[in-house]
Design a protein around this ligand. Structure first.
Ligand code: CAA
Length: 411
């Protein structure tokens, strides 16, 4: 099939520095650890500190992208941020990125939202911008950034997480070529998961959300099949991963639509490497599908060069898209240079009491007022932290040195 040569050229991630063990959370909640490990498929959950807000996470992922990909901020003509945990009703996270990354003034910036689909909305907007010719040789930056939060002790608690993923989109992509015109789409209004204005935590109707996810997959996949009846086989699949078990269920469900033999673990290899990183982080909402993609390419890119993979994005509420991507011939060597595994370095395990006190502080403690504004340079060699508000409730950020401790294996 003819494939326009556009897609994902590079990928980078930023994770909170702290995490908890789901075994320890299970113990604290009086639940058998196998329920979280096997029943949900999660091992660790990223816990953002106060200074790791969605803006700081997004900037840190994007700065890492520029450091590792060799792309310069001057090459960016479109910067989109997908998020369902925005920091302001009016001011988008993308404009904070514009300043803190030093993007050109002739760069279009905005935020995209539809629950966990928000990043995919940005991705397709950016691909179509390139295919249309508007890019004129420039690249697009799409960043997915979120903090997934449910009430303490609720069924959703073990499916929280946080982090940001930055995607560089361009012509002649080094990782994954995607045809934006051939995806399968499904939308349908439903109250499966929502967060009313002013609520810090999301509200989920768990069983309905699972049912809605699978129904959306059925219909988006059918739509994709109708549009691509002769498509080459998809060797691997990446799904939106609220927790690993949901993606495994989704894959089984998709195979059953194909009436494939589901016995044994024959199809395990089609999905398992995509779930390694998500099991260490939890739900990243908009970034979850792309964390799965990063995990797949980190583990298997050389093997998959020249092959097709399937991707499924689900946004509660709901809208969904199923699409295919062709792994580029230089994906293996590119992934080596990108070092996505760096995001797991220096993470620190905290105990459940510390996690609970971080959560309670976030819910009850006022955000500090910082008397003076802090000048912030677009210094790509540093990370960024959130410091608080000034007298006019403007958000203040500060550059801080990157961690330099050697990698530990405490992923
Ligand atoms: N050993 C092994 N497995 C066990 C077990 C044990 N001791 N005890 C229970 N389990 C299994 C259950 O059998 C079940 O597996 P199946 O789904 O295969 O049946 C699994 O653990 C979960 O247990 P429950 O069915 O009892 O469910 P729960 O009350 O713990 O809630 C949840 C699970 C609904 C996912 C809840 O965590 C939740 O509401 N999460 C937030 C919503 C969500 O993530 N929805 C996903 C789809 S929507 C979406 O994807 C968008 C998004 O990002 C939010």
């Amino acid at each position: 099939m003819h494939l326009p040569s556009v897609g994902i050229d590079a990928i980078a991630l930023a994770l909170p520095q702290k995490f908890i063990s789901l075994d320890e959370l299970a113990l604290a909640r009086g639940v058998p650890p196998e329920k979280y490990q096997t029943g949900l498929g999660v091992e660790k959950m990223a816990i953002p500190g106060f200074e790791e807000d969605p803006v700081a996470l997004a900037v840190n992922a994007a700065r890492q992208l520029f450091r590792s990909s060799g792309c310069s901020p001057q090459q960016i003509g479109l910067c989109l941020v997908g998020t369902e945990t925005p920091v302001d009703y009016a001011k988008p996270i993308s404009i904070y990125l514009h300043r803190m990354l030093g993007l050109p003034s002739s760069c279009r910036v905005f935020e995209t939202k539809h629950a966990c689909y928000g990043g995919t909305a940005g991705l397709f907007t950016a691909l179509e911008w390139i295919v249309s010719g508007s890019a004129q040789g420039r690249s697009a930056l799409v960043v997915c950034t979120d903090i997934a939060c449910y009430p303490l002790q609720s069924p959703g608690e073990p499916t929280q997480g946080a982090g940001a993923i930055a995607l560089l989109l361009s012509a002649n992509p080094r990782l994954l070529a995607i045809d934006p015109a051939s995806s399968g789409v499904y939308s349908h209004e439903v109250y499966d998961f929502w967060r009313p204005l002013q609520h810090k935590n999301a509200i989920a109707n768990g069983p309905l959300s699972i049912q809605s996810y699978l129904e959306a997959l059925t219909n988006a996949y059918k739509n994709w099949k109708e549009r691509n009846p002769q498509h080459a086989p998809l060797l691997r699949s990446c799904y939106h991963v609220p927790y690993g078990k949901m993606a495994r269920k989704a894959h089984q469900h998709r195979l059953s639509l194909e009436k494939k033999n589901l016995s044994g673990s024959a199809h395990k290899e089609e999905i398992e490497t995509s779930l390694v990183f998500p099991a260490q982080v939890g739900n990243m909402y908009t970034g979850s599908l792309y964390l799965a993609l990063a995990s797949l390419l980190h583990h298997e890119a050389p093997l998959l060069e020249g092959s097709w993979i399937g991707l499924f994005s689900y946004g509660s509420g709901c809208t969904a898209e199923f699409f295919a991507g062709k792994v580029s011939e230089q994906a293996g060597s590119t992934m080596k240079k990108l070092h996505v595994e760096y995001a797991f370095r220096n993470r620190q395990k905290i105990d459940i009491a510390t996690y609970e006190s971080i959560r309670l502080q976030a819910e009850h403690k006022a955000v500090p007022l910082v008397a003076e504004s802090i000048p912030i340079e677009a210094d790509l060699s540093q990370n960024v932290v959130f410091r608080g508000f000034d007298q006019s409730e403007r958000r203040l950020y500060q550059n801080v040195p990157l961690h330099t401790k050697p990698a530990n294996t405490n992923r």
